[in-house]
Write a protein that binds this ligand. Structure first.
Ligand SMILES: [Zn+2]
Length: 243
């Protein structure tokens, strides 16, 4: 059980260590998505700014056309041409009005888009800072976990040396196929701590006896009498308390 306790810790540490690169990748992807949103917001602002410039250029072109028409109007001697110039000027002025209305709408959209962009840029900055902190923490965790793992492995080797070879061989075969834990507590109602099925009466008596190795019929793990272990642990704690 003491050896198994080490193995459970070793197994958990290994899993934690192995999950770090995956977590790192996930965070980097999230960061990329946040950056993309800010980029899209920047493009939206740039697009609206370009539309405004286009509208202004169109207004400019129409104004110079009005200028030309007015010059023609004052120079012409033909009544028909004179009338046409007046019509053209009116028509173009109406078009300029419409353009200026659309420019105002664009200005409003631009303001909203800029606010949105600034928010998203701030979000990128915050997320970047958070990410760097998290990745640094991952590095520190990986380092301490590796040190702890080495220490646990050394302690485990010492413990394993004290376990009879047959038992150790069997235990290791079981952990290879089932993973830890393979020695599991049986509760008071006789449930296996591994698969939670009820252990047969015969086997249960043997578990309670505590003198032979019994296997759970369902999952083939080794149940042990939980109360006995707990009592021992309690005693141990009381002793520590006294010290
Ligand atoms: Zn079982």
């Amino acid at each position: 059980l003491i050896l198994q306790e080490k193995d459970v810790r070793i197994s958990k540490l290994r899993k934690d260590l192995a999950s770090l690169p995956e977590q790192r990748t996930r965070l980097l992807k999230q960061m990329e998505a946040i950056k993309q949103k800010a980029l899209a917001a920047k493009q939206e602002v740039a697009g609206i700014e370009k539309s405004i410039r286009d509208v202004e250029a169109a207004v400019e072109t129409k104004r110079s056309y009005i200028g030309k028409m007015k010059t023609l109007q004052s120079n012409t001697r033909k009544n028909e041409e004179y009338q046409r110039c007046i019509q053209e000027v009116e028509k173009t002025e109406a078009a300029i009005d419409a353009l200026e209305t659309s420019e105002l709408e664009l200005m409003e959209r631009l303001e909203a888009a800029k606010t949105d962009m600034e928010q998203k840029i701030r979000r990128v900055q915050d997320a970047q800072r958070e990410l760097e902190e998290t990745l640094a923490r991952f590095d520190r965790t990986a380092e301490t976990d590796k040190e702890l793992l080495n220490q646990l492995n050394a302690e485990r080797a010492d413990l394993a040396a004290a376990v009879p070879e047959d038992s150790l061989g069997e235990y290791e075969r079981m952990t290879r196929s089932k993973g830890v834990p393979v020695i599991v507590p049986m509760d008071e109602k006789g449930h296996c701590g591994g698969c939670h099925m009820v252990i047969t009466d015969n086997a249960r008596m043997k578990v309670l006896g505590g003198h032979e190795t019994v296997y759970c019929d369902s999952c083939h793990r080794i149940p042990y009498r939980k109360r006995f272990q707990e009592r021992r642990r309690d005693c141990h704690e009381i002793q520590i308390g006294r010290i």
